[in-house]
Design a protein around this ligand. Structure first.
Ligand code: GLN
Length: 196
């Protein structure tokens, strides 16, 4: 008998949730699209996808999901990618907006500027990622990505691009400023699943 698949929610209000659903299924999880607070109780973890963080925030308020999401993140792992990383950060600039503060990082939105609106980069894993996910380089798709300008004393950097952290974890939570759901490599999703 194999291990029971993990029930991982993907917040499906806006953005890139469908690609995350597929990536989680490829990594061996049982993904569920989440649109209502009642769904949180069945989940082992949650992915907040990329998209437009301001819109996602508005929809979280509108659907009364902000408090349930905060409560969930106190108990279970959450993985935020791009806009999801912005929502989980402590402070957000350019422009500033409300965020959940679940991970001790400060982010600047759209910080790579026009010329880097969308690009594929190759990342060398930091030692803490290499140990767990192997030494192979990681292909990373950046789309109007934020830059992580500050990390806290308990934040671990797993990968960098041009010197800036782009994949970090703190305790049970993880954020990526790129889009691991858009490449065939499922190591980043598998790493998140290993936290559940
Ligand atoms: N630029 C978007 C924001 O600030 C994030 C982009 C993305 O998620 N790909 O919310």
């Amino acid at each position: 008998m194999g291990k029971k698949p993990k029930h991982v929610g993907v917040l499906a209000l806006q953005g890139d949730f469908e690609a995350h659903r597929a990536a989680l299924a490829r990594a061996g999880a049982e993904p569920v699209l989440v649109r209502e607070a009642g769904q949180f109780s069945d989940l082992d973890g949650l992915v907040i996808p990329g998209g437009e963080s301001t819109t996602m925030l508005k929809l979280l308020h509108y659907d009364n999901l902000l408090a349930p999401l905060q409560e969930f993140a106190r108990r279970k792992p959450v993985f935020g990618t791009c806009a999801g990383a912005i929502l989980l950060a402590r402070h957000v600039s350019n422009p500033s907006q409300e965020s959940l503060g679940m991970i001790d990082i400060d982010v600047e939105r759209n910080a790579y500027g026009r010329q880097l609106e969308s690009r594929v980069a190759v990342l060398e894993p930091e030692p803490s990622l290499r140990e767990r996910s192997g030494p192979e380089a990681l292909e990373a798709v950046f789309i109007r990505a934020p830059i992580i300008r500050r990390t806290g004393p308990h934040t671990r950097v797993l990968a960098r691009y041009a010197g800036d952290p782009v994949l970090v974890e703190e305790d049970k939570h993880m954020v990526a400023t790129f889009h691991p759901e858009l490449t065939a490599d499922s190591r980043v999703h598998s790493l998140f699943l290993s936290k559940l």
